[in-house]
Write a protein that binds this ligand. Structure first.
Ligand code: ADP
Ligand code: MG
Length: 332
């Protein structure tokens, strides 16, 4: 066999690579192997669909661990479903690879299917091409008709919450970019792992159906993303910076509490949810989340005055944050 034929043949086989998965959902009539997948949406539900691309050199380093890259690609997509209050069901994968690298592929599959199995998401198809490394996923999920969590439903009296902790992803990325992969301190390892291995807040999203007035996931930084809710809902916000959830690791990584809070405000790729709740529902939502062991923090209040005011222990502060400009220019 000539090498040219070999190379094409190998690429043709890549589709088959993804056929071996444990998830076998009853709403999938036909999955990988034909021209299209055939799927059923349950009655009374809307289909929520989202696509995200990860490009080597832009969203991850080309030599990053493929298992972690796969996790991040799927987690960031599932996070969009979570932010809509949707339950994940299906995913398709468009993969562009510079070469056929079996070791890379099998590690990628391991990371991908580990997370897919956790959320009962079935890979239903995709495409494989040769070129600069990039990964595009389209996820699909179900949300009961009319109950999706949009960005536009917030009122000026609602409280602002976030799930989990914020800032670790930016700290982890800073360590990675400084080339500290060999830095084996537990602290650095924990922060770098948070950057790649964050979990989508799917359970929190589904619990918030019918309770949150607006929601989104934090991919560009809390300030920048909250700006989308403010714009869509035509309101402003006050943020209590001391209420931002900071991990012990981030506190140790930063010189001062304020520095950690600034990272929490601007850190992207957190994949935590930011959501708003009518004041009379706050006790209910807090009790519901506590019962499920999901950490949430009340970090501020929506206002009628447009824009975002940062308050540090009650005093307005004028911190220069990355992500801030993005919001300022968008709100004009
Ligand atoms: P076509 O010529 O119809 O595009 P392909 O050879 O690209 O078919 O794909 C064959 C089957 O393998 C299809 O069902 C497709 O959905 C699936 N497939 C190809 N690449 C991938 C991938 N990266 N992930 C999942 N399924 C894939
Ligand atoms: Mg194809």
């Amino acid at each position: 066999m000539s090498t040219a034929i070999m190379a094409t043949g190998e690429f043709d086989l890549i589709g088959r690579y993804f056929e071996h998965q444990k998830i076998n959902r009853p709403d999938v009539d036909l999955a990988i192997g034909d021209d299209c997948a055939l799927l059923r949406v349950p009655e009374g539900y809307q289909l929520a669909i989202s696509t995200d691309s990860l490009v080597a050199g832009t969203h991850f380093l080309a030599d990053a661990d493929p298992k972690q890259v796969a996790h991040k690609a799927l987690a960031s997509n599932l996070s969009d479903l979570a932010a809509m209050g949707a339950t994940p069901a299906w995913v398709s994968l468009a993969l562009t690879l510079p070469s056929f690298d079996e070791q890379w592929l099998s590690a990628f599959c391991e990371g991908f299917f580990q997370l897919a199995e956790q959320y009962n998401v079935q890979l239903i198809g995709g495409d494989t091409t040769k070129g600069p490394l990039s990964i595009t996923l389209t996820v699909q999920g179900f949300v009961p008709l009319g109950q999706a969590l949009t960005r536009s439903g917030a009122s000026s009296t609602d409280a602002i919450y976030v799930t989990g902790q914020l800032g670790d992803s930016a700290a982890g990325l800073a360590l990675l970019l400084k080339g500290k992969q060999c830095d084996n301190t537990a602290l650095s390892q924990a922060l770098m792992t948070r950057h790649f291995m964050t979990m989508p807040q799917v359970e929190a999203g589904t619990l918030l159906r019918g309770k949150a007035s607006a929601a989104l996931d934090i991919s560009d930084g809390l300030i920048a993303d909250l700006g989308h809710i403010l714009k869509r809902s035509n309101v402003g916000a006050e943020i209590y910076t001391e209420a931002l959830p900071i991990s012990a690791e981030l506190a140790a990584f930063c010189q001062t509490p304020e520095q950690a809070q600034q990272m929490a405000l601007s850190s992207g790729e957190e994949y935590q949810l930011c959501f708003t709740v009518p004041v009379e529902q706050c006790d209910d939502v807090e009790a519901l989340m506590a019962k499920q062991g999901i950490q949430i923090s009340r970090i501020g209040q929506l206002t009628e005055n447009k824009g975002i005011v940062l308050l540090n222990n009650g005093e307005p502060v004028n911190w220069q944050l990355s992500g801030w400009d993005h919001f300022e220019s968008e709100s004009k």
